[in-house]
Write a protein that binds this ligand. Structure first.
Ligand SMILES: Nc1ncnc2c1ncn2[C@@H]1O[C@H](COP(=O)(O)OP(=O)(O)OP(=O)(O)O)[C@@H](O)[C@H]1O
Length: 442
């Protein structure tokens, strides 16, 4: 394996034994020779090469094999077949504290655990105060860990794991660590390690965390690779699969995709009139969004990949067809950044635009108007319609169009993604400006 590769897996598969009844496991031990278990392949032929310093998101439905893969990379599980190579010290935020001895104090466990993770006594001593500060469990650090609450236990284990200077960090975000304040602290620390070029594998169901933190992502489904690429694209595949499963459609290619080509023809000769789009679509098709037209503040129809002024008041028209009787209908949109993070959006329900029950063949058009108080850059529009919040989406179009927002002409510096108006009052003036301040009531 070359030096710039951190993790390499070749044809890795993992089989578990599954017993129909617990007693079968016992019988197999007592009466060897007869197989009493089925073989279940949790991972099949995984090939993966992760360059040093990358942050990779791993997504997949429950039971798709994520934890099994992470445990194999962390070295706590052996693959049934295939090869795995990992360069450098691995710190896995998986089964936190599994290496702790309950009879030892927190302090003793920090040293004990640090040694297991490959640090010398002096190296751990040099980091001890930082670890104890991070865990923030006060005097409990000198009590046996068997007296800890589960929260304290996990805080200390996390603190050790992120202070051993790992070269490979494995994070399963499902493990909710402590209270909200501690969770934020953990995420900041994980982010700092990622920024310091620690190769990181990050499992999460939180789309925005993966989109924000990871450079690329892959998706597992039933123990196999299903999709890989930019986090946003992989999440779109994930959402498509989840929707298809909800709709009991087992194939990746649905007939709905053909309808998409008709609505958004690939080589649209009339592209100066219609938005050039490459949307990704999913949904039941019980209602379809047939056309989206985007308009500038002055009413001009926007051409393909338009450029808008900072804070321009834009609008779009969405033509909808109803293809099955619906009790109600909600149409909404998101404006997303280039990583697919939803910056703002709304829908007809939240804006109190009620639309009653609908019949097959009904057609209507909504107009949405809003400003773009966004930092200069590239954005995309997502539009979706559903019968209500609890049913499967009728039609969901990611990336209906991409567009650019310009810098404010005033030269105002936009310090964050979205620029919300803020009031600032100087309520106590410095003495030299006003000797008799008259503060406003807050
Ligand atoms: N020790 C085991 N014995 C038998 N089957 C197992 C064992 N560990 C995992 N499995 C099975 O392997 C499959 C993959 O499990 P895994 O925990 O890796 O999935 P996951 O993607 O991490 O799921 P989740 O999101 O629910 O944590 C599941 O069907 C699970 O039941």
């Amino acid at each position: 394996m070359s030096d710039d590769i951190s993790i390499s897996l070749t044809n890795v598969s993992k089989a578990f034994k599954r017993y129909h009844r617990p007693v079968d496991r016992l019988k197999e031990i007592l009466l060897p020779g007869k197989q009493r278990a089925d073989e279940f392949w949790a991972l099949q032929n995984i090939n993966l090469e992760i360059p040093k310093g990358e942050t990779i998101g791993i997504i997949g439905r429950n039971g798709s094999g994520k934890s099994t893969l992470l445990q194999i990379i962390a070295g706590t599980l052996q693959p049934t077949t295939g090869n795995i190579k990992v360069n450098g010290r691995v710190s896995a935020l998986l089964e936190l504290g599994s290496g702790f001895n309950p009879e030892f104090t927190g302090r003793q466990n920090v040293f004990f655990n640090g040694r297991i993770l490959g640090l010398s006594q002096d190296e751990i001593a040099a980091r001890f105060d930082e670890i104890a500060d991070f865990a923030d469990i006060g005097d409990f650090i000198d009590q046996p860990v068997k007296t800890y609450s589960s929260g304290m236990f996990v805080r200390l284990a996390f603190a050790v794991a992120v202070h051993v200077e790992p070269e490979v960090l494995i994070v399963d975000e499902a493990l909710a660590v402590g209270d909200v304040v501690f969770q934020h602290k953990c995420m900041r620390r994980i982010k700092a390690l990622m920024d310091a070029n620690v190769t990181t594998l990050f499992v999460s169901h939180d789309a925005s965390a993966v989109k924000t933190l990871c450079k690329s992502a892959f998706m597992l489904e039933a123990g196999k690779f299903y999709a890989s690429g930019a986090p946003n694209d992989v999440f779109i595949e994930y959402m498509k699969l989840v929707t298809e499963i909800e709709l009991n459609q087992s194939t990746k290619e649905s007939s709905h995709a053909n309808a998409l080509q008709q609505v958004f023809p690939a080589d649209n000769k009339n592209s100066s009139q219609e938005l050039k789009v490459n949307p990704s679509r999913r949904g039941s098709g019980r209602a379809t969004i047939d056309r989206i037209q985007l308009f500038h503040e002055n009413g001009d129809l926007a051409i393909a990949s338009p450029i808008f002024k900072f804070n321009e008041n834009i609008s779009f028209l969405a033509d909808v067809s109803i293809n099955a009787p619906l009790e109600s209908f909600i149409l909404g949109f998101f404006i997303c950044d280039k990583n697919g993070n939803e910056l703002f959006g709304s829908n007809t329900k939240e804006e109190n635009v009620a639309i009653g029950s609908l019949n097959t063949g009904d057609k209507f058009t909504f107009k949405f108007s809003f400003k773009l108080p966004l930092r200069a850059g590239g954005y995309s529009l997502t539009v979706a319609g559903a019968e209500d919040y609890t049913t499967t989406t009728c039609d969901w179009l990611d990336n209906v169009t991409v567009f650019t927002v310009e810098m404010p002409r005033s030269g105002r510096l936009i310090t964050a993604s979205v620029d919300i108006p803020v009031d600032i009052d100087l309520i106590v003036k410095p003495n030299r400006l006003d000797s008799s301040p008259s503060p406003k009531q807050i």
